[in-house]
Write a protein that binds this ligand. Sequence first.
Ligand SMILES: [Zn+2]
Length: 406
Amino acid sequence: MSELTRHYSLLLGLDTAWRVNSVELETEQKRVAITVEHAGDSLSCPECGTACSRYDTGQQRSWRHLDTMQFETPITARVPRCNCPDCGVKTIAVPWAGKHSRFTLMFEAFAIEVLLACGTVSAACDLLKLDWDAADAIMKRAVSRGLVRRDTETVTRVGIDEKSFGKGHDYVSVMTDIDGRRVLEVVPGRDREAADALWKALPEGQRGKIKAVAMDMWRAFISATKSHAKQADIVFDRFHVSKHLNEAVDKVRRKENKALRGKNDDSLTGTKQLWLFHPGNLSKELRKELAELKRLGLDTGRAWALNEQLRRFWEYKYEGSARKFFDWWHGWAVRSRLKPIAEVAKMLKRHLNGLLSYLRHRMTNAMSEGFNSKIQHVKYGARGFRNLANYRTRILFFCGKLKLQP
Ligand SMILES: [Zn+2]
């Protein structure tokens, strides 16, 4: 047995102060139970590091270690308490586990790999035979380690975006590092306070180095950016612009559809998607259907054409010509007698500088839109997440590119 205890000492990476006392193979319970004891007399205080005397042997505790083959392998030890002249009676730190954890560091490291590989907490819990609370605790510790180690010195372009959260109309705001393709922070709400909190994810010195910020035309995001990173160009994101216009096209369609159906004409019923996709992305049949609908001279057709035309704006290289194009488009839109479209056109005009700065930076929240599916995945995969803190942990765990390992 001494060969076996020595072997486990090596596996656990124990220093000379600790030794493996026994390794019991319990075939019935499919367990390898390891008992470890503190052998040395010199203890150091976990708070201040001072060498102090032993107070007592402490309570017996257990940690879950990596399985040995398919056998669960708990480590059990009585951890001495020391009597520090400055800090009082303290339980000393153990080399195999973090403070307050029920798992060894090696188990946590393995669990993190499994969580990342599975992409969902429930799948990882099944594989690891872990409960939700334990998985949450492991992820939380991993994220706080990662945030302490995170380097933001390369961040010069960020995206700020809102996402709906939960079932109701709750929102979270998210800041992403566009070039680093990672989520930097997630906070509740989408007001000024939320935007301020997002900016605090970056150290103050770094905020001054941000060159451009992609966002929607949202007052709270604009004003917070002007106060935390006044040198940065605000770039209104073309994806948000087209989202606003798509919504406007659909408002026109819904109103017109209602009027037509009053006259027993259902040509517009069930055509929502047809008007929103770029024709290039439609199948041959749908393109044909769209072409026929356009011939009817409907308001929806004109709204669609206005939306399509604005796509050209993003192709311009020079601000002067882009501005000219926009003026032409804006004039057409406000005279169109299509109220939802005219409203979006006016909003775009108020934010024209931020639209033009796109031409300089060519950056969008598209990457953070790409995160949408990942974040959505976290949402659906996380039926058990109970509150926002939990949600934030998961987003940062899966999308933060943090150094999570112990
Ligand atoms: Zn102390």
